[in-house]
Design a protein around this ligand. Structure first.
Ligand code: MN
Length: 502
């Protein structure tokens, strides 16, 4: 489980050839080191950027790609063509490369030295056409990749590189990570289902089901002193009403929630899981639906999906990896209910309990209330609002012949009035371009009611991630119209049907 992006590396790989002589190659080497070092220092890029020797021959390119495949800490390549690098040399390497790469289309010098430019300068600084030769072979090999254009010292180039590096890190996390499923799917629900074998082939993570009894055994083994430690932590971190404190009428319910939290955490740590699901239809032996436990585990970086939703659990985990170190939280979310007043239509997002406190606006309240669904004891949960700002919802669906990522940016806004009778964490947002178009397009795309919600990520993170994953990416934003979106859906159906053959 990744917990520090600085432990990961992108390898900075420069293409050239021997045509220009030793002196030129030495210059290429010096320039490449300088760019790699600058990117490594950039505050926009959260991973290490590591210089690799300039590549001039097919065997060296193949060896580098094999080395990258085998290096656990290498999450991908940044490729740059300082000079012309005949791209047939790259076929062997790119064919076996199992990690993503980003093509940095830059040039060492920013400006043309108009007064002094000669043919030597032109031959040294020919990324303009060297990058095109490299681009051709990427497209000829049908490899999806990000192309970033501009001078390497610019903030925008470094920002885009940083965004892509986060997507590559999340993809790296998915390769071999494990999702635990306590119980199965909520009966009869369609969108949370899917083919777990297809998902493992496409995405690299595995999904393992457990009877809830396996969890109950570990929960029951939690000691009173471990519960006591958690109760102290709760009082420190949250507003705890007196009735839930020691001696209060709801204190036992909170202790039970602490027991479930500690048990779940032990289960996930022992099994090496990075994400998990629960379902309120299968809680035999647990006294209450895990609410507080799920919320706090999410805050510690675990992905989560309710009602057996393993795709959203894995997605939330990927989004949490992408968001590491960024301002703003990331949570499992559900479009719960609408405000359809013509003066400002908005969505109230929440879940029965399971919203991550990383998006909380200040100190959350730790409360125990009855829950109408599930027929269990009253569960503990953190209740909070979310501060205004920019956010997005992302949803991943199994369309039968492919996976579809659907993303919709939104503006988080205040509720129209306080919500004194709503005992769950909630967030109110206005989706882009407006609720009418956003919800219409979302439904036409088959978007799920469950999402990964983030105030740290931009749509570009999800687009880069989808590209690396090789899946369909659909964006609903300020430019979306229903009629054009319908066409995109139809064209994509055709494309993904045909793409298997090309
Ligand atoms: Mn749900």
């Amino acid at each position: 489980m990744i917990n520090d992006l600085k432990t990961l590396e992108l390898w900075f790989v420069t293409g050239s050839q021997h045509l220009y002589g030793e002196e030129t190659l030495k210059q290429v080497d010096r320039d490449s080191r300088e760019i790699a070092a600058a990117l490594d220092r950039s505050r926009e890029i959260p991973v290490r950027i590591v210089f690799k020797p300039v590549l001039t021959r097919p065997d060296a390119i193949l060896a580098l790609c094999r080395e990258a495949n085998n290096a656990d800490y290498c999450i991908g390549l940044i490729t740059w063509m300082h000079t012309f690098s005949p791209a047939k040399m790259w076929i062997g390497g790119l064919k076996v490369l199992s990690k993503p790469f980003m093509h940095l289309h830059t040039q060492f010098n920013r400006d043309i030295p108009w007064d002094s430019i000669d043919m030597d300068f032109m031959n040294l600084n020919q990324s303009a056409h060297g990058g095109r030769e490299f681009g051709f072979i990427g497209s000829r090999l049908r490899i999806d990749r990000k192309v970033v254009v501009g001078h390497w010292s610019s903030e925008e180039v470094q920002r885009k590189t940083g965004v892509w590096s986060r997507a590559a890190a999340a993809w790296h996390e998915w390769q071999g990570t494990r999702v635990a499923r306590f119980g199965d799917n909520m009966r009869e629900v369609a969108v949370t289902e899917g083919n777990k074998v297809s998902a493992q082939i496409q995405f690299g993570y595995s999904v393992s089901g457990y009877g809830v009894g396996d969890l109950v055994a570990i929960v029951n083994a939690v000691s009173d002193s471990e519960i006591g430690t958690l109760m102290e932590e709760y009082e420190e971190l949250y507003h705890v009403p007196s009735e839930t404190k020691e001696g209060g009428s709801l204190n036992e319910a909170l202790k039970e929630a602490a027991r479930i939290e500690k048990g779940m955490r032990n289960f996930l740590e022992e099994g090496g899981f990075s994400a998990f699901t629960t379902t309120f239809e299968d809680l035999h032996g647990l006294s209450q639906l895990p609410g507080l436990a799920v919320q706090r585990l999410m805050a510690d970086g675990y992905g989560f999906g309710a009602e057996g939703d393993w795709k959203t659990a894995a997605l939330v985990r990927a989004m949490k990896v992408m968001a590491m170190g960024l301002e703003g939280g990331t949570s499992f979310m559900e479009d719960y209910t609408y405000h359809l007043h013509p003066d400002g239509m908005k969505v109230l997002g929440a879940h029965m309990l399971e919203v991550c406190p990383s998006i909380s606006n200040g100190k959350a309240c730790l409360e125990v209330h009855p829950l109408g669904i599930g027929g269990k004891a009253d569960p503990a949960r953190l209740v909070f609002d979310v501060a205004s700002g920019t956010g997005l919802n992302a949803s991943l669906m199994d369309m039968g012949n492919r996976y579809r990522m659907l993303v919709n940016p939104c503006e988080v806004v205040p509720a129209n009035a306080p919500l004194p009778n709503l005992p769950v964490a909630r967030v109110v947002w206005e989706p882009a371009p407006n609720l009418e178009v956003a919800a219409g397009a979302w439904i036409l795309a088959g978007g799920a009611h469950h999402t990964g919600f983030s105030m740290a990520l931009s749509a570009e993170h999800l687009e880069d991630f989808s590209e690396i994953a090789g899946i369909e990416y659909l964006l609903i934003d300020k430019d979306t119209s229903i009629s054009s979106f319908k066409k995109e859906l139809r064209w994509n159906d055709l494309y993904y049907h045909l793409a298997k053959g090309i």
